[in-house]
Write a protein that binds this ligand. Structure first.
Ligand SMILES: [Zn+2]
Length: 270
């Protein structure tokens, strides 16, 4: 009797996840439109979204942001990547740069929309605190040249707690609070979730769906295969625990974001 009960509960849970997946496909455009203050009468097909993903290292784009990139590309959004280091911690920068380009090609970002920064003050190193002013100046310079209306990056915990991820969040928050971000540009931070939620794979979807967030991007089995193929492009990083990550991490299936609030325009900080 108890076996039947457990099987029924598991089946119901899986059906619930399927329902969330199909419902999400309908609501994603609505959420994006709401975020960008789109007029309710205007049909949004995603083509008017110019999104910039800001990451710290080659592989961040597929380890953490794959569901978002895949969904935005599907909607014909113009998705760009700014990666602030070559990932040279083990002196593999040149190889990792190429791996990043290959991974982005799988995710749907062409080479022409990728900037990889190689700056001596921004090393790939969890023990080095990146300068917030340097990072923010690089981001704002890039934002202005392309007129992005959406910038997505890490939150204050950096998903993995890496100091370089956190430095990017601080830089984007600084831009937001000091009024250096155009009115039509929304800033989003990728939510860090606790260990239990992080490593229960797609079973985490109901939590992401039910808990409040400003944007929720979910991919199904086809998108997951694409994210996995992108991960496999990072051959230098494919250690045994990466295979576990690919199988168990909810970031391979879902991303949830919160808005980074903007301060008053042209605020001077002394
Ligand atoms: Zn990273």
């Amino acid at each position: 009797m108890s076996v039947y009960l457990v099987v029924s509960i598991v089946l119901c849970y899986v059906v619930w996840i399927k329902c969330i997946y199909y419902r999400h496909r309908r609501t994603l455009v609505k959420s994006l439109k709401h975020l960008m203050n789109g007029s309710t009468s205007k049909e949004t097909n995603g083509a008017d979204i110019r999104a910039l993903i800001v990451t710290a290292h080659p592989d961040d784009e597929c380890m953490f942001f794959a569901p978002t990139i895949i969904r935005l590309v599907e909607l014909n959004a113009s998705v760009h990547l700014l990666c602030l280091s070559e990932g040279n911690y083990y002196n593999q920068g040149a190889q990792r740069k190429q791996e990043l380009l290959n991974s982005c090609a799988v995710l749907g970002i062409p080479d022409s929309r990728i900037i990889i920064v190689d700056h001596k003050r921004l090393p790939d190193d969890p023990k080095t605190d990146w300068s917030v002013s340097l990072v923010s100046s690089m981001i704002v310079k890039h934002m202005r040249t392309q007129s992005f209306n959406m910038v997505l990056t890490f939150d204050g915990s950096g998903v993995s707690g890496h100091a370089n991820h956190i430095a990017i969040h601080k830089a984007v928050s600084h831009l937001a609070s000091s009024g250096q971000v155009p009115n039509d540009c929304c800033l989003l931070s990728l939510e860090t979730v606790g260990l239990l939620r992080k490593y229960i794979s797609f079973l985490e979807l109901p939590f992401s769906w039910l808990l409040p967030s400003c944007l929720c991007c979910i991919i199904g089995s086809q998108g997951y295969r694409q994210a996995k193929d992108a991960m496999f492009c990072h051959r230098t990083q494919l250690l045994w625990f990466r295979y576990l990550y690919i199988t168990l991490s909810r970031y391979m299936f879902v991303n949830t974001f919160q808005v980074i609030p903007k301060g008053p325009k042209n605020l001077k900080i002394y």
